[in-house]
Design a protein around this ligand. Structure first.
Ligand code: ATR
Length: 286
């Protein structure tokens, strides 16, 4: 428990991730490597917290001066009511994945969408300005990503979803200048043909259904970026297939690394050692 840990480690900074389930989380491995790399006296732990335990956990986190938190499913929405302040983007998204303890004030942020965009720009395409983007899927993951993509001044974002009404709802709920529109799956092939970036945010192609694809690689033009949020497998058959047709492939691991990098930077004020973090996670995935 947190008070016992604090008594045994009076000066150490404690960070944690909470969720349910949480055992599979690679966040402790990633952040502990980052702390070691920078020689910080800090520790990062995972806690299984059920929905009914959330309020009590946050109270204990305050009492034991927890330095920072990551929040994952199912707490990203409900944790917000227990915080002292919420960043404007996280407020607009209605989801928090990172909490900073600023001298006793708990402040909520969301680094998922910006982590994805930073990964895309570091690993696949230098700028998204005036680019034509296709996003497949209209769930929670798509929401965070589209919100961050809109800040990059793309020419257009087509949000393609099996259930077109859900894509329409998402488009209506986000502030934009008309560059975002909802489309049905029947338009996907045509949209892919002119897109500069095609992003799969659905679970289609995830282990153990690695042979399924949300789009054919041959639909994309050569030189386009085929991106997937899935990182199990590290590269889906969609992005591998697109690479075979002359595209640049971008897997989902970078989103995980960079959402963590932003959290690390918000917590410590220091630049995250991204490559060490990536090596630690890759080693743990093997
Ligand atoms: P997440 O938070 O990961 O985005 P979600 O909110 O459950 O998860 O959203 C899942 C998304 O994947 C939705 O866009 C869903 O399409 P529908 O809105 O039509 O259900 C999409 N999705 C999941 N399985 C799919 C499949 N087999 N084919 C096409 N789309 C699928």
């Amino acid at each position: 428990d947190l008070s016992g840990w604090r008594a045994a480690n009076p000066d150490k900074a404690l960070y944690a991730v909470i969720g349910d389930p949480i055992a599979q989380s690679k966040s402790p491995i990633m952040h502990n490597r980052a702390f070691a790399e920078l020689g910080l006296d800090a520790e990062y732990r995972a806690f299984l917290v059920k929905e009914e335990q959330l309020e009590r956990f946050i109270a204990e986190a305050r009492a034991s001066r927890l330095a920072g938190l990551n929040v994952t499913i199912p707490h990203k929405l409900h944790v917000m009511k227990h915080l002292d302040d919420i960043d404007a983007d996280a407020e607009e998204l209605g989801a928090v994945n990172t909490i900073v303890n600023d001298n006793g004030r708990l402040i909520g942020y969301n680094t998922d969408g910006i982590g994805y965009v930073r990964s895309l720009k570091e690993e696949a395409i230098a700028s998204l300005q005036q680019k034509e983007i296709v996003v497949i899927g209209a769930g929670g993951a798509a929401r965070g990503i589209v919100h961050a993509l809109l800040k990059e001044q793309p020419a257009s974002i087509a949000l393609v979803n099996r259930t077109v009404a859900r894509a329409e709802e998402l488009v209506a709920s986000l502030k934009h200048q008309g560059e975002l529109r909802a489309c049905g799956t029947d338009q996907l092939q045509l949209l892919c043909a002119s897109a500069d970036v095609v992003i799969n945010t659905t679970s289609v192609g995830m282990y153990p259904h690695e042979d399924e694809q949300p789009a054919q690689g041959s639909w994309l033009k050569a030189g386009a970026v085929a991106s997937d949020l899935i990182y199990n497998p590290l590269y889906t058959s969609f992005v591998e297939d697109a690479e075979q047709h002359g595209c640049i492939k971008h897997g989902g691991l970078g989103m995980f690394i960079y959402q963590g990098a932003f959290a690390f930077e918000y917590w410590t004020g220091k630049q995250a050692p991204v490559e060490a973090m990536r090596q630690a996670v890759l080693a743990a995935l093997k």
